[in-house]
Structures are given as structure tokens and as C-alpha cells.
Design a protein around this ligand. Structure first.
Ligand SMILES: Nc1nc2c(ncn2[C@@H]2O[C@H](COP(=O)(O)OP(=O)(O)OP(=O)(O)O)[C@@H](O)[C@H]2O)c(=O)[nH]1
Ligand SMILES: [Mg+2]
Length: 460
């Protein structure tokens, strides 16, 4: 069904670096390697799973392109379960490009994102949940996310799903016996214990996994903190300070930041997505307006807004209007520029921002920043104590399917309680089993597979 031509890609980031890894997978990998690679020790054959030093040359010109270490790995003991050749070369943009061109010329084609892992999946080395663990591992932003990804990769979810399938098949078998021998229904199936088994062995564990999704989500996706305020109050300065790098441009000119800037910062092991926004004010400038529209979208998605004012200048209409816009969302007040004399009285603050937690700081000197970081960490941990972080967390796709499975089984339970017909109950059970097949990739439609693997980088 799937064409298994030979694919090639750069598996390390492109650009200048010590080592670049180019990978080939497919039936022609070895043949291509033999054509372009001369081992240093003339007699060295391309033994499987062995690193060999030699020259890579272009047979068309006879020119040597690079001195490389090459490994041939014979199927099926490889990542893709196909013949794989890995070339450790020097990582220079030009040399990498030339080698890839040569590989294409010799009969491979450039791989799509995630195509190596897709082949590992199609060739049965990984089920879909484990393949998804690979992406999660690459994209993990916190220790917990990394741990969750490793568990997916090791197949823990897959094992759980297989166990569920067995439970459902056994429940289904009992029903089928009742369907085949309707007159003996009473003896064959005892609805009470059948329902108990369904609940304890299937519905409850599913419920736990679905909940784990919500509990594990912040560790996987990060918690979004959005810095908002009118222009020039020091939002970008704060972002830079927090990240300890000059990530965003800072100038005395209002309207410097025109787009939202997002970076992840780990505080107490929790990934916070710190988002710097374009200062909100009225502007006729089209670019600024587009930036502000983005700011408003980020405000909507924020888990916590950091509303910033410049305490060294009097409050004005823009501060008040903006505050009105956000005050119904979770927010804190940041009083910036405390290194300068204060121009806003405590009384005025209390009147304009009643019941708002406020923190004074200076993005210029860094004063007050540790306190801000501590408070943010504590704020999160208050609602999400660490003991509740689940170890095995499904991703969104998996969770949606688990919910469908759960819903079908719930229907099955209700039908069973009504004791109408075992055929009906069986139908729902079958539906749940089909969904589980989608979850682990047995029956997943091609477009869904495509979507999953397109999230990978090229070369993985
Ligand atoms: N003295 C003092 N100046 C600051 C402080 N924070 C920022 N500034 C200065 O205020 C000016 C504006 O800072 P930015 O960080 O660009 O402000 P912004 O809120 O991102 O501005 P826009 O992107 O235009 O919305 C710059 O000249 C900063 O150096 C501070 O704590 N103290
Ligand atoms: Mg800015």
C-alpha cells in the first residue's frame, strides 16, 4: 500500500556545527552507500552496525566531498526496520547540501517530516502511541513532560490499551454466547457481574487516563503568562530580564513591540510560556493594529495576565481603559520602574485596582523579579500540587479517542442495565474496540496519520 522507496534526510539541525548526521532508509540504501563511499581500509566491507571511516565522493566528478564515518544497519534491526545508512559528516551548509544532492542523484528522495518514524510505525516497530512519544520527547519542555514522553515511547499507554482490548473482547465473547444461545441467556450472562467487570476493568481506568490528560497538560503545553500594558511601560524589558537574554527589542519609543513574542521559562520545573505583547493603545498604523489584535487573542488564552504600569509616570486614560478590558480575567498588577521616583500614590492604586495582587519591580535593575518568579511558581502549585502530576498522560488526540471509547462503553452499560438485547450492547462494545484500534494506529485513517507525522521535524 505504501511505496517504500529509499529516503534521505539531514537528521541534525542544519547550519554550521561539528557533526551533521545524514540518514538513508530503504531498499537501495546499501547500494547507494557502496557507490559513494570508500572505506579508508580498502578491504573493509560494509558490515552491519559498524562505524567505518572513509571518504565520500561524487562518482560523477570523482571529487571527494567529505571525510565521514558511515554506518550501515541491515534490516530489520534498525529504527525503520528497513536498511539504514547513517553518514556522520562535517556540518557545513554547503557540504550537507552537496551530500544530500548526491544521495538524491543516486536514487533516493528527500524524506518528508517524520517519515523515518512513519516507516517505523508502518513496519510495525512502533505503535502509534509510541511514535507520538517520539515527538513528545523531542518537544518536551519540562522534566515531567520528558518523563511522560519516555513512558509513551516505552509503550506504557500501548500496554494499557491492549489490556483494555482484552477486557472488552472477553466481555464481548460473553455477549456473543448469549446472542448465539438466546434461550439460555440467563445462565450464560449475569448482567450484574458483567456490568461490574465493565465498570471496574474498563470505565474506571479510562476515566483515570482522561483525567490525567487535564492534570498533565500544563507540564506538556506550558502555562501561559501574558504581559500586557500600554506602550513603553517595560513589558519587553521584563521578558528579557526573565529570560536573561535580549530576546525582545527594547527602546524608549512607544510601540516598539509589534508582534507577540513567546518564550518558555522553567520555574520550579514548570514550563511557563511568557508572552510579551504589543502595547495596547489607539493607533491608526495598520501593522500596530494587527499586532494589537494578536495581543487581544493572547489575552483570551492567558492563564494569568501580568498587567503592567509604569509607576514613575502618572496613570492615564490608557492604563484605565486597558485595565477595564482585562480586569475580569485572572491577573496581577506589576508596578514597574521602581528604580525611578514614584509618580503614582498607593491610594490611587488601591482605588483604580481594587483587590488586585500587586508587585513592585524594576525591569531595569531586576529588583523584585525573584519575588515575581516565586509568586508565579506558588500560584501554579497551589492549584496543581506536585503529588497529583500523573505519570502516564495521553495527548489530545488520544484523550479525544479515549472519551469516545468511554462514551460507547457507557452506552453499553446503560443498554445492559435495561436488559433489552445483547446485540445492542455488543454493538457499542464493538464501537469502543474500533476506537481503541484508532488509538494505537491499527485502523487510523491516512489523513490522521499524515497530520501526526507532519508535526515531526525532517530527518526524524
Ligand atoms: N528606569 C527604568 N526604565 C525602564 C524599566 N523598564 C523599562 N524601562 C525603559 O522603558 C522603555 C520602554 O521599555 P520596553 O521594554 O520597550 O517597553 P514595552 O512595554 O515593551 O513597550 P512597547 O513594546 O512599545 O509596548 C525603555 O527605554 C526601557 O529601557 C525600569 O524598570 N526602569
Ligand atoms: Mg515591547
Amino acid at each position: 500500500m505504501y511505496p517504500r522507496d529509499t529516503i534521505a534526510a539531514l537528521s541534525t539541525p542544519s547550519g554550521e556545527g561539528g557533526i551533521g548526521l545524514i540518514r538513508l532508509s530503504g531498499s537501495r540504501a546499501l547500494e547507494i552507500a557502496r557507490k559513494i563511499f570508500t572505506p579508508r581500509r580498502v578491504s573493509a566491507p560494509l558490515e552491519t552496525h559498524r562505524l567505518i571511516l572513509g571518504d565520500l565522493h561524487d562518482p560523477r566528478s570523482g571529487l571527494v566531498l567529505d571525510e565521514v564515518l558511515l554506518t550501515y544497519m541491515q534490516a530489520p534491526r534498525t529504527y525503520t526496520r528497513e536498511d539504514v545508512v547513517e553518514i556522520n559528516c562535517h556540518s557545513g551548509p554547503l557540504v550537507l547540501k552537496k551530500i544530500l544532492e548526491l544521495l538524491v542523484h543516486e536514487g533516493s528522495r528527500l524524506a518528508e517530516p517524520g517519515e523515518f518514524t512513519l516507516r517505523a510505525f508502518l513496519n510495525g516497530r512502533l505503535d502509534l502511541t509510541r511514535a507520538e512519544g517520539v515527538i513528545d520527547l523531542i518537544q518536551a519542555k519540562s522534566d515531567q513532560a520528558l518523563n511522560q514522553a519516555t513512558r509513551l515511547l516505552k509503550g506504557e499507554l500501548h500496554e494499557k490499551i491492549k489490556a483494555q482490548q482484552e477486557v472488552l473482547l472477553s466481555l464481548l465473547a460473553q455477549l456473543e454466547a448469549a446472542i448465539d444461545f438466546p434461550e439460555e441467556e440467563v445462565e450464560i450472562i449475569e448482567p450484574g457481574s458483567w456490568i461490574r467487570e465493565l465498570t471496574e476493568e474498563a470505565l474506571d481506568p479510562l476515566d483515570k487516563l482522561i483525567q490525567a490528560y487535564e492534570e498533565g497538560r500544563p507540564y506538556r503545553e506550558g502555562v501561559s503568562l501574558v504581559i500586557v500594558g500600554k506602550p513603553n511601560v517595560g513589558k519587553s524589558s521584563l521578558l528579557n530580564r526573565l529570560l536573561r537574554e535580549e530576546r525582545a527589542l527594547v527602546t524608549p519609543v512607544p510601540g516598539t513591540t509589534r508582534d507577540t513574542i513567546e518564550e518558555t521559562l522553567l520555574l520550579r520545573g514548570i514550563p511557563f510560556r511568557i508572552i510579551d505583547t504589543a502595547g495596547l493603545h489607539s493607533s491608526a498604523d495598520e501593522v500596530e493594529q494587527a499586532g494589537m489584535a494578536r495581543t487581544r487573542r493572547k489575552i483570551e488564552e492567558a492563564q494569568l495576565l501580568l498587567f503592567m504600569i509604569d509607576r514613575s509616570t502618572p496613570l492615564d486614560e490608557r492604563d484605565r481603559r486597558l485595565y477595564d478590558e482585562i480586569k475580569d480575567r485572572p491577573h496581577w498588577l506589576l508596578l514597574n520602574k521602581t528604580d525611578l521616583p514614584a509618580a503614582v500614590e498607593e491610594g490611587e492604586l488601591a482605588a483604580v485596582f481594587p483587590r488586585t495582587l500587586s508587585l513592585a519591580l524594576s525591569a531595569r535593575t531586576g529588583a523584585g523579579l525573584d519575588r515575581l518568579k516565586n509568586q508565579v511558581g506558588e500560584w501554579f502549585l497551589r492549584d496543581h500540587p506536585r503529588e497529583t502530576v500523573p505519570a502516564l498522560v495521553p495527548n489530545l488526540r488520544q484523550k479525544i479517542i479515549l472519551e469516545k471509547v468511554w462514551a460507547a462503553l457507557e452506552e453499553a452499560r446503560e443498554e445492559m442495565e435495561k436488559r433489552v438485547s445483547p446485540e445492542f450492547v455488543a454493538l457499542f462494545l464493538q464501537q469502543a474496540l474500533d476506537e481503541l484500534g484508532n488509538l494505537i494506529g491499527k485502523t487510523t485513517p491516512d489523513d490522521v496519520l499524515e497530520q501526526i507525522f507532519s508535526r515531526f521535524c525532517i530527518g526524524k
